[in-house]
Design a protein around this ligand. Structure first.
Ligand code: PLP
Length: 413
């Protein structure tokens, strides 16, 4: 069994912050192992909503009254929290979005429309979530650029030699995730950024699965764009982040038009736009959600990302060891550098049936294509089961999951 004793994570204390972990499902204690889809939310984050709507609910930026000032200060304070979390150089490089999907669509539509045309090439990895594939495909159909796919090997590791060979003088951008949601592979994004820049291309790193699991440094990676979602990082749904280098954001045209993103609007003269990041934040944003996202990142930093990553790594080790005793189980994604994601299929038992039956034992895992159909189809499967870990999971919960899986598989065969 993996050794947990040297890690200074007080998991009982961590769990006390999560009211939902006390609930039962089908009469059994909840074992929540679907963290890669959405992580649970600590009470410190939940309390932000009561506080905001109970004390200082007001629209931001425009008001001169006290409530508007307080809401603006809390909202803009989160921009600084996110800047520090990503180690970005300036707060104006942080754009708030609804999540990773919207952040990627912003880059595709604002940067892509201004910089891509017929004959240009965008490299997209086979490990991508659909949200880093489909927006590029939609724009490619319209503008006529080509999408080239960075292949993976049988472990789910991106082939770096093939990646280097894909570059031509028409390569404009690389789209790659920091961590794969389907397999947990951690990609060498700093090295991939170096290669992209050597060829004069930009790189967008989708950090949705990296943000809550490891220390981030967009400057060390030298990412041109970096995205993540609040709801996978102990925060609420509806708030996410696009980081972009200031000079790129400044050169990009706006994406959505509306209030807040303008300097002046006129029918007689050209409308002028606000400075970054506000140029990309049209309309009233998800104010409470953004403030709550800031609180979530503070919570994560209080525990420590290094410690969280190490803890989840041990849980993964323990689970990987445990499931080996199930005959006919095959793990997909065996990269040497992985986060706490365990994806697998079992001979004679369909993923969907496993998911439904193990839920009866109180264990929540995800089954399906994980919005990564191109990846799964290249491994000859249309669905896997996926258990994914967070700071509040325990080795005992992993045991419940493995024992439950064994029982469920026996029933299905
Ligand atoms: N990218 C990756 C790697 C993901 O895992 C996900 C969600 O699972 C997304 C993007 C999309 O995130 P959201 O649905 O929060 O926009």
């Amino acid at each position: 069994m993996a050794n947990f004793s040297d890690l200074l994570l007080d998991v009982c204390r961590v769990r006390r912050d999560f009211p939902i972990l006390d609930r039962e499902v089908h009469g059994k204690p909840l074992v929540y192992l679907d963290n890669a889809a959405t992580s649970q939310t600590p009470r410190q984050v939940i309390e932000v909503f009561d506080d905001y709507y109970g004390r200082y609910n007001a629209n931001i930026h425009r008001g001169l009254h006290t409530l508007a000032d307080e809401a603006t200060a809390a909202f803009e304070g989160t921009r600084e929290t996110v800047r520090a979390f990503l180690n970005a150089a300036e707060t104006r490089e942080i754009v708030f979005t609804r999540g990773t999907t919207e952040a990627i669509n912003l880059v595709v539509n604002a940067w892509g429309r201004a910089n891509l045309g017929p004959g240009d090439e965008v490299l997209v990895s086979r490990l991508e979530h659909h949200s880093n594939i489909v927006p590029w495909q939609l724009l490619a159909r319209e503008l006529g650029f080509t999408i080239k796919v960075i292949p993976v090997d049988e472990r789910g590791v991106l082939d770096q030699a093939a990646y280097r060979d894909l570059f031509t003088e028409r390569t404009r951008l690389v789209a790659v995730n920091h961590v794969s949601n389907a397999f947990g592979t951690r990609n060498p994004v700093a090295e991939m950024a170096r290669v992209a820049h050597e060829h004069g291309a930009r790189i967008l790193v989708d950090g949705a699965q990296a943000a809550p699991h490891q220390t981030l440094d967009v400057r060390a990676i030298d990412a041109d764009f970096y995205t993540f979602s609040g709801h996978k990082a102990y925060g609420p749904t509806g708030a996410g982040v696009l980081y972009g280098k200031a000079e790129l954001l400044e050169a990009m045209p706006p994406w959505q038009g509306g209030g807040e993103m303008i300097k002046t609007v006129s029918f007689e003269a050209p409308t002028t736009f606000a400075d970054i990041p506000h140029k990309f934040e049209a309309g009233t944003p998800a104010i409470a959600e953004v403030i709550a996202l800031g609180r979530a990142l503070e919570w994560v930093s209080e525990i420590g990302l290094e410690l969280i990553g190490a803890w989840e790594g041990r849980l993964l080790e323990h689970a990987t060891e445990g499931v080996q005793r199930i005959e006919g189980l095959r793990i997909l994604g065996t990269a040497p550098d992985k986060v706490g994601v365990l994806s697998f299929v079992v001979d004679g038992a369909h993923a969907q049936d496993i998911g439904l039956l193990i839920d009866q034992l109180g264990v929540a895992i995800r089954t399906g294509h994980h919005c990564a159909q191109p990846l799964l189809s290249s491994f000859g499967v249309d669905a896997t089961c996926r258990a994914s870990f967070a700071a509040y999971n325990t080795p005992e919960e992993v045991d419940v999951f493995v024992d439950g899986l064994e029982r469920v598989v026996a029933m299905l065969r």
